[in-house]
Design a protein around this ligand. Structure first.
Ligand code: FES
Length: 144
């Protein structure tokens, strides 16, 4: 540090700050032209694990493209929905006691049978995903 004058040290600090600022400005521009390859919704079915791990009236959340999917084992069968609330995009979750899919942000409630709105401010039901049990595994998405 003895070999660097105060003026040189301040010049180095200025260059580092300028480089940091330019990086902060450039990063969103680069991200716009080179978006991640993460698909909004996978085109192929996603293996959500063994069906035996999902007892009746229980739910699991699985990674499904850009956003998670909520899988609920209802008395009418296994159902799968987008976990994204249609109000302001909070992530919904299963409320076993209420027997409803709920959004913790503004208390919207959705039916586990078809994803329709049961209450709260959500303007429409949850996006429904195809779900199929094949070889003992739950598959979400893909063509029905
Ligand atoms: S974001 Fe879900 S109810 Fe508002």
């Amino acid at each position: 540090m003895n070999n660097i004058s105060r003026k040189n040290f301040l010049n180095i600090v200025k260059m580092v700050l300028a480089a940091t600022g330019l990086t902060a400005l450039a990063a969103p521009i680069v991200a716009f032209f080179y978006p991640s390859n993460l698909q909004e919704t996978p085109s192929e079915p996603v293996d959500a694990g063994p069906a035996e791990n999902l007892p009746l009236n229980e739910a699991i959340t699985v990674k499904f493209g850009r956003y998670p999917a909520l899988i609920v084992n209802t008395p009418d069968g296994i159902k799968a929905y987008s976990s994204v609330c249609t109000h302001f995009a909070c992530l919904v979750k299963w409320d076993k006691e209420r027997g409803e899919i709920i959004c913790p942000c503004h208390d919207a409630a959705f039916s586990p049978k078809d994803g329709s709105v049961l209450g709260g401010p959500a303007p429409s039901g949850l996006t429904v995903f195809n779900v199929e049990v094949k070889d003992g595994h739950i598959f979400v998405g893909g063509a029905s």
